[in-house]
Design a protein around this ligand. Sequence first.
Ligand code: NAD
Length: 242
Amino acid sequence: MITQLVQSTPNMNIVAGTDVVGAPDDVCFPAFTTIRDCEVEADVMLCFLPPTAHDELLAVLDYAEKHRTPLILGTTAMSEDVLNAVDQTSKKVAILQSANMSLGINLLVNMIGKAAKLLYDSGFDTEIIEKHHNKKLDAPSGTAFLLADAINHALNDKMTIITDRSTHKHERASDEIGIQAIRAGSIIGEHSVIFAGQDEVIELKHSAASRDVFGMGALKAAAFIYKKPAGLYSMQDVINHA
Ligand SMILES: NC(=O)c1ccc[n+]([C@@H]2O[C@H](COP(=O)([O-])OP(=O)(O)OC[C@H]3O[C@@H](n4cnc5c(N)ncnc54)[C@H](O)[C@@H]3O)[C@@H](O)[C@H]2O)c1
């Protein structure tokens, strides 16, 4: 996806790629099975490894630090030690990390924080429902946590995120944000944030119809992070900069 999108983006060019299974025959850049074998210099690198590729993720961070190459990191559900390594590496080089690179989701992040502030005191409950294809490895999605964290942050971190009520035998508390995950078929990604009050419900929904939205956002992020000083950035920085 990224390869296709870069071809139609002025001022962008792929100089190398890495994937454990190699690259399709028709790509016109050098491809490596691990970043450890890559010494190509680039202005920016993008990483969408799965969270299970633990050692490769650490190697990507090593590369970013060693080459001082700003990094766009889209991997979700990273382990604690990889997240710590991201933090440490971002002191030396710019890293933009986001569980969801789409413009729509990141605008939604903005909107729900404001909505939550207005609605919580009026007794509204907040729930998130996410739906993804049956091949997705992690649940709930990183995006669902991104949305829940935005609401929690707007409410001074007083909320508790609940991902499983199967063992609960009590009423829902007002300081909960519930997340439900659906895995079925080929759904690219849907996220609904529900604010439910007495006799009224507000539902804000984002639907991704193709993976292009993540790719296009990742390229926007790449253009944003080029030549940025060391630090940890998010897609909110990209939106606020636009
Ligand atoms: N931030 C976003 O906008 C966004 C969007 C889509 C997916 N994601 C996240 O990106 C990650 C990957 O998702 P996906 O749907 O693209 O998965 P995918 O399975 O389609 O692609 C992952 C690729 O990584 C390669 N790979 C696996 N282990 C490797 C290793 N050890 N070394 C090198 N390459 C390796 C696989 O061969 C595969 O080509 C997930 O964490 C997903 O949640 C984030």
